[in-house]
Design a protein around this ligand. Sequence first.
Ligand SMILES: *Cc1c(COP(=O)(O)O)cnc(C)c1O
Length: 413
Amino acid sequence: MAYYSIQGIPLTTLAKQFGTPLYVYNADKIREKISVLRSAFDDISLSIKYACKANTNISVLKLMLAEGVDLDVVSPQELELGLLAGYRGDQITFTPSGVEFAEIEFAVSKGAIVNLDNLSVLEKFGQQYGSSVPCLLRIKPHVFGGGNAKIMTAHPESKFGISIHQKAEILDLVNQYQIKVIGLHQHTGSDIKDGKTFEQAASALFEFAKDFPDLELMDLGGGFKVPYSPEDPGVNMQEIGQIMGNAFLKFCAHYGKELKLWVEPGKFLVSEAGTLLTTATVVKRDPIKTFVGINSGLNHLIRPMMYGSYHYIFNASNEEDAQQDAYRVVGNICETDTFSFDFEGNQNERILNEVKEGDVIAFANAGAYGFTMASHYNSRFLPAEVLVDHSEAKLVRKRDTLEDLVRNQIFCD
Ligand SMILES: *Cc1c(COP(=O)(O)O)cnc(C)c1O
């Protein structure tokens, strides 16, 4: 099955060659997702702005650049990583959340496009730059969308964006300082699967846009759901592209100008490209449950414990399903540290092909918000990362060593 190898290289071979825990990424899968997205919007002038907080490995950023995909960044450090990967400033959009103004100034100094999400910041921006530097505005459309409450970003109580009900205040500042607003932006949330939610948020933004005469683009954000198991079809991107695209074209006709459409997917481009490989360290046959303990934990992949996220888990060392068992898959961190959540966000057991100590246990959908959310908790090392491209596996980040844990610590007497 496709899950057990990447570009013809078995996962067990990668685990043996590079050791575990290991993040492995499939470059072809990323390219495939880019082309699915492009073809869904094929009659539109579309720019893809990869939301790189999902995965900032320099090799992944370089791949995006080579494929003509721009970046959306949320910190000055992500911006710098983009520049190191070879991006020009103007290919990068800075979409921060509640940061000090110095970060906005830094982004402007690097030539990045800034996306402002607060009235006080908009006022400072006007005072500092007037009409000399164009900007985008992040609008909160008061729309509910997203897989769960923690990943919804456009509902009335969300901290993100300037409320769509504060149009008068926005226009006052724009007029007072002659601010050049070239784009409006909204990002509804993550794990959204139905076209209707995207359409609802988009039409709120289109309605709002009429009073902004300098627009060159509309940025409709990311959040496209991906498949989380072999049976899960994920979103119908073609259909979403149709719905959003048609609404956008209609808006452009009304607005009287052909604008550019931007989208900002993170997960959609990289989630399925990544697999986390770990080793079963113990099989614990408890009277009530059987646990599989692995040499990784929430320090390396926190999504299950943080969001109750589902990751498809399989025994990469045992592809035949001659014998199966129900296992609770747990990490080695001194916390509850469960990996096996069900689709409802509850800890449960998974049916795996029989696990023996030493087997390679793999987690799908580890390309987005995996390594970038990893930490040194329990003072364990971060995993290594490998990119498979042209059927060749390349180490793109070394495993940590003890030096990494003490690098910035000061040994006082
Ligand atoms: C995180 C983020 C995204 C990407 O969300 P996904 O669910 O990974 O597609 C897009 N836009 C902004 C502003 C974000 O913060």
